[in-house]
Design a protein around this ligand. Structure first.
Ligand code: HDE
Length: 724
């Protein structure tokens, strides 16, 4: 029998939140027991054989160990999230730069010395749990702040607006985008008839459509995307004064995306691309960081803008209200157990702390019902707040009792309030003691099912977004629409979409319609009859256009994002036996010193013998990777290596594809026989100075330095060739 050593499984963090959690957690969560036991703690002697009537006999019903194990296995799955099922998450902390007392009394936004623990879950919306990370989709960006005043959840997206204006339309939107009900096709994709049928009848979605057809919907990394609270919220200060606020997360690595062709290839080569990227970056110590930004609007200015602050299909242009960066979030610890943490975490926009409150955005108001409701069916019990990842670090005291899987053992005889038997405990807290009080908004209204006339400008901000894009971004957006609508089978849906697009931008509509073999209608069919109530007055539902005050907004284009930083960028070093070891080492060191991750890729695993220098260990073989998994490619010299790679179609394609996807590629003297076989070779014949292609025959070349600068530019979209 093996000797048991009673060693504790080390925990990766001793953060305050973990300490508080492990106080409450049963022993089993620490993994402290080394012997295998049943769920009742009985040590197991044989986990290899079930109990049988004789060695070759039937299995006995008596085998409680077998039954316990199989029963548990049979019930391992819980319903996946109805939306945002595919996700990944990490731990970290948030720290405010300076007290924000002027706007809010929230404790975690007032103490710069305080590191508030956070748990952040990123997700796609439409696909199932096992779907690809690189689907064209909105990304969820949910942050749970474990504050000393209770949990605060900021449950946002990487796009600042939404498809619809009222929560009552959410099930329709999601039914339309999910796989079609007859054959469950397609998975994690909006490019199908039911989605575009709905959208073509829903003009309020046009602003959001511009965003999801842009490259924002195919991020390079979860670490390189913005986050938005979407709705307008309120901040409330100690004196009870309220301001309106929009929340932003600004990534310190800048906002970057992949190409659509690349996204589709990644989905096959590595469907876990984003999940792996986040996990690897955190494991390697390249902790992702975002700054929290706020746009503040005084109550008196509520009606000052050409859009309604309560309309979730509108953003506040940063030129009108600048974003103040008020603090930083760092993700520094991966999950230990995906199910226990990422799957069981339960976010809810209604998890609030004093100093923050809701606005009347009708989409937000509907969400306030939905999230607890969904946790009840997903996690199966009103006690989901007791699951470790959902526990508040502030101790919970109330008269809620019992229910499925209750963990807390309440010892009081009272479970009601008021009581005298336990001295009135637990007590209500005054506002001055941290008790939550809702903002006393003045209301004097009729009870109506209606939408404000201020919500009916469906095209102006869609146009503002489109007009703010760079040429390359506009091309990508146009091609995304060509792709999506090209997959739509019914011509009338495509035609209706062209009608809607023509109200955003005539050139856009024309370019999309050309690729679809259609023409732009002179007067677009008004699809509004479908989107008004049965007794509604159609005149009231016509879109209205309002001047947005600005023609374009720099903040809306990724072309203006932070560039230059190559921290955690992945570079493929393509080599074979006989490669120049000195060049490899020099380049690898320079890139690694600048924070990049370099992987040596060769025809097979093991070591390659180099021309000069020590043998180099191969990280990946050409069979298992592809250039879409890297940000840049470098090819050292060495005749034998160059000749070997030249004979491998995978190597030639690797380089061509990196070039096609507009990435930085660098190669040394003597690599010409290989490069000539790639797409680069052909183009170099007419132009020696292709942007992002770094080679000794280029102008004033410092290969290492120029390669690093080029990687920092992310992509050279000007190299792109139109697919149509
Ligand atoms: Fe959600 N949403 N949502 N949503 N949402 C859910 O809650 C819902 C909306 C968002 O990482 C569900 O726990 C309604 C906008 C994120 O666990 C569900 C409406 C925004 C996540 C739900 C919306 C979001 C969810 C499914 C229209 C951006 C993932 C599982 C009124 C501001 C949270 C769950 C996570 C998840 C309902 C619209 C963001 C069903 C009814 C707008 C990031 O409750």
């Amino acid at each position: 029998m093996p000797k048991a050593s009673k060693k504790l499984v080390p925990r990766k963090s001793d953060s305050k939140i973990d300490k508080k959690r492990s106080d409450l957690a049963p022993d089993i969560e620490t993994g402290a027991q080394e012997f295998m036991t049943t769920d009742q703690g009985l040590k197991i002697n044989d986990d290899q054989n079930s109990l049988k009537a004789g060695e070759r006999g039937g299995t006995l019903l008596e085998d409680f160990i077998l039954r316990e194990k199989i029963t548990h296995f049979d019930h391992e799955r819980i319903p996946e999230r109805i939306v945002h099922a595919r996700g990944t998450a990490a731990h970290g902390y948030f720290q405010v730069y300076k007290p924000m007392a002027q706007y809010t009394k929230a404790g975690f936004l007032n103490d710069p010395a305080l590191k508030t623990p956070v748990f952040v879950r990123f997700s796609t919306v439409a696909g199932s749990r096992g779907s690809t990370d690189l689907a064209r989709d909105v990304r969820g960006f949910s942050v749970k702040f474990y504050t000393e005043e209770g949990n605060y959840d900021l449950v946002g997206n990487n796009i600042p607006v939404f498809f619809i204006q009222d929560a009552i339309k959410f099930p329709d939107l999601i039914h339309a985008v999910k796989p079609e009900p007859n054959n469950e096709i397609p998975q994690a994709a909006s490019a199908h008839d039911t989605f575009w049928d709905f959208i073509s009848l829903m003009p309020e979605s046009m602003h959001m459509i511009m965003w999801v057809m842009s490259d924002r919907a195919i991020p390079r990394s979860l670490r390189m995307m913005e986050g938005f609270g979407v709705h307008t919220f309120r901040l409330i200060n100690e004196a009870g004064k309220s301001v309106f606020v929009k929340f932003h997360w600004k990534p310190l690595l800048g906002v970057h995306s992949v190409a659509w062709d690349e996204a589709q290839i990644i989905s096959g080569k590595d469907p876990d691309f984003h999940r792996r990227d986040l996990f690897d970056a955190i494991e390697s110590g390249a902790f992702p960081e975002w700054e929290l930004g706020i746009q503040v609007v005084e109550e008196k200015d509520e009606h000052k803008y050409p859009f309604d602050l309560l309309d979730p299909t509108k953003l506040i242009p940063e030129e009108l209200v600048p974003v103040q960066r008020i603090g930083k979030m760092v993700l520094n610890r991966n999950t230990d157990n995906f199910f226990a943490e990422t799957e069981q975490v339960a976010f809810h926009p209604g998890h609030l702390v004093p100093g923050i409150d809701f606005s009347n955005d009708p989409l937000l108001q509907g969400r306030l019902f939905s999230y607890t409701d969904t946790q009840l069916s997903r996690l199966g019990s009103p006690n989901f707040h007791e699951i470790p990842i959902n526990r508040s670090i502030n101790k919970v005291h109330n008269n809620q009792r019992d229910g499925h899987m209750r963990q807390q053992i309440n010892q009081d005889v009272t479970s009601y309030h008021p009581n005298s038997l336990t001295g009135g405990c637990p007590f209500q807290a005054k506002a001055t003691e941290g008790g939550f009080t809702s903002y006393e908004e003045k209301i004097d209204a009729r009870k109506v099912r209606a939408r404000s006339q201020s919500f009916f400008d469906h095209f102006s901000q869609a146009k503002l977004f489109y007009d703010s894009q760079s040429e390359a971004e506009k091309n990508h957006l146009t091609n995304a629409l060509r792709f999506e609508l090209g997959k739509v089978q019914r011509v009338e849906i495509r035609q209706r979409m062209i009608g809607l697009l023509s109200q955003v931008d005539k050139t856009l509509a024309k370019e999309v319609s050309d690729a679809l073999g259609l023409s732009v209608p002179n007067k677009p069919e008004q699809p509004l009859n479908h989107s008004i109530p049965a007794d509604g007055n159609p005149a009231k539902f016509q879109p209205k256009t309002k001047d947005q005050g600005i023609k374009s907004s720099a903040a809306l284009s990724m072309a203006n994002t932070l560039k230059g930083n190559i921290k955690s960028r992945k570079v493929a070093l393509l080599a074979a036996d006989g490669a120049d070891g000195n060049q490899m080492e020099l380049m690898k060191k320079a890139l690694t010193d600048a924070g990049a991750v370099v992987e040596i890729i060769a025809p097979k695993l093991g070591n390659i013998s180099t021309l000069k220098g020590a043998p180099a260990a191969v990280d990946k073989s050409l069979m298992t990777v592809s250039s879409v998994l890297y940000d840049a490619v470098y090819i050292p010299g060495g005749d034998k290596s160059v000749a070997t790679l030249g004979q491998k179609p995978e190597a030639v394609e690797f380089i061509s594809q990196a070039y096609k996807h507009c990435k930085a590629v660098a190669f040394e003297f003597g690599t010409e026989p290989l490069i000539e076989k790639t797409m680069i070779g052909e183009d170099l014949k007419s132009n020696k100075n292709i942007p992002g292609i770094i080679h000794p025959a280029g102008k004033n070349i410092n290969l290492v330095k120029d390669f690093i600068t080029a990687i920092g530019q992310h992509r050279f979209w000007e190299r792109e060739k139109s697919p149509v």
